[in-house]
Ligand binder design. Structure first.
Ligand code: SAM
Ligand code: SF4
Length: 324
């Protein structure tokens, strides 16, 4: 079936599926302290998730990342993973998950066995106090989760959002801790995707500033980049570091990603003001052919990206509901 291409000539290969808007953390950069959860009945059921995932795989998506909210809060998570894993015979090449890891310890082995190829674990600070301030939760269960993933032989990397006045002092300690553990790390510039009105450009610690902090004690070399949104570097000649610099150097020109929210809205860009309600269409009874037309049209109209409209997006949807 025809691949999904947008009007800027970018073919889509990666899909992020949010399994839930619920989360047991309250990261300040992601959601309000007292969020309004989406009505439970509006969240996609497992068979709806599988139907959408299959449709996208049939149209050239070969990498799926499960996210949220916190995917571990979904009771039928293992079944979701097993069913999506079954799409490998239709062309799925990689199945990944992004998690805060706080509840993953008892399920780490089962998730690997069910088909998760690699995990991104969010860890913004190694200092417990800083971690608590940013996430409004404790670090210990997250470190246990990381240990459990390592024991299960999982492939993982760490993701850390850096915010001025919050955790920029942790840049080097976190890097050195991750280096000692042999865990690849990616720093992420703070993006305007939090509760409306909170983000401020002055809070963004840019790629250049992150590199300056690291270069005080370490050698950092740039390496040729592929399709990953992170700029790749080698620290001290051997350790892989990535920086996602969406704000200071948007990397939208070759964007191959799409996102589906927990209610089945297709967002072709993190910064799109509106989505395409595939979940609602499915519940109205449209067939796969009609659904594919909605998808192809939305993808074709995808915006150029963050560079074309920098700054906060006017929409009542924070990152936990969008699916990071
Ligand atoms: N709960 C899971 C987790 O935290 O890994 C998955 C969902 S979370 C929304 C996915 C990613 O989005 C996390 O790595 C988080 O750091 C990132 N994120 C959330 N809000 C962000 C923001 N305003 N700017 C940059 N990254 C953000
Ligand atoms: Fe939850 Fe992840 Fe958002 Fe933190 S970043 S509040 S863990 S969804």
């Amino acid at each position: 079936m025809s691949p999904l291409i947008d009007r800027h000539g970018r073919t889509k290969r990666k899909l992020r599926i949010s399994l839930t808007d619920r989360c047991n953390f309250r990261c300040t950069y992601c959601m309000p302290e007292h969020p309004d959860w989406l009505p439970r009945a509006s969240l996609l059921e497992r068979h709806e998730i599988l139907r959408l995932a299959g449709l996208f795989v049939d149209h050239g998506i070969d990498q799926i990342r499960l996210t949220g909210g916190e995917p571990l809060l979904r009771r039928d998570l293992l079944e979701c993973v097993r069913e999506i894993d079954g799409l490998r015979e239709r062309g799925l090449a990689r199945l990944s998950m992004t998690t805060n890891a706080s509840r993953i310890a008892p399920k780490a082995r089962e998730l690997v066995a069910a088909g998760i190829d690699d995990f991104n674990v969010s860890l913004d600070a190694f200092d417990p106090e800083t971690f608590r301030r940013l996430t409004r939760r404790e670090i210990a269960p997250v470190l246990d989760g990381i240990d459990a993933l390592a024991d299960a032989g999982a492939t993982m990397k760490l993701n850390a959002v850096v915010i001025r006045g919050d955790n920029e002092k942790d840049i080097v300690p976190l890097l050195e801790w991750a280096m000692a553990r042999g865990l690849p790390l990616r720093y992420i510039e703070y993006m305007p995707l939090d509760a409306p009105g909170q983000w401020n450009r002055s809070q963004v610690v840019t790629e250049a500033e992150i590199l300056d902090a690291i270069r005080v004690n370490h050698r950092v070399d740039e390496v040729p980049r592929g399709h990953d949104p992170a700029t790749p570097f080698l620290v001290d000649g051997h350790y892989p570091l990535g920086i996602i610099s969406t704000v200071s150097h948007p990397f939208c020109a070759t964007c191959d990603r799409l996102r589906i929210t927990a209610t089945g809205e297709l967002f072709t860009c993190l910064f799109s003001p509106i989505g395409t309600p595939l979940g609602a269409r499915m519940r109205e009874g449209v067939d796969d052919e009609a659904l594919a037309v909605h998808v192809a049209r939305a993808v074709w109209l995808k915006d150029a990206g963050y560079a074309s409209r920098p700054g906060p997006v006017d929409r009542p949807l924070t990152m936990h509901a969008m699916g990071g």
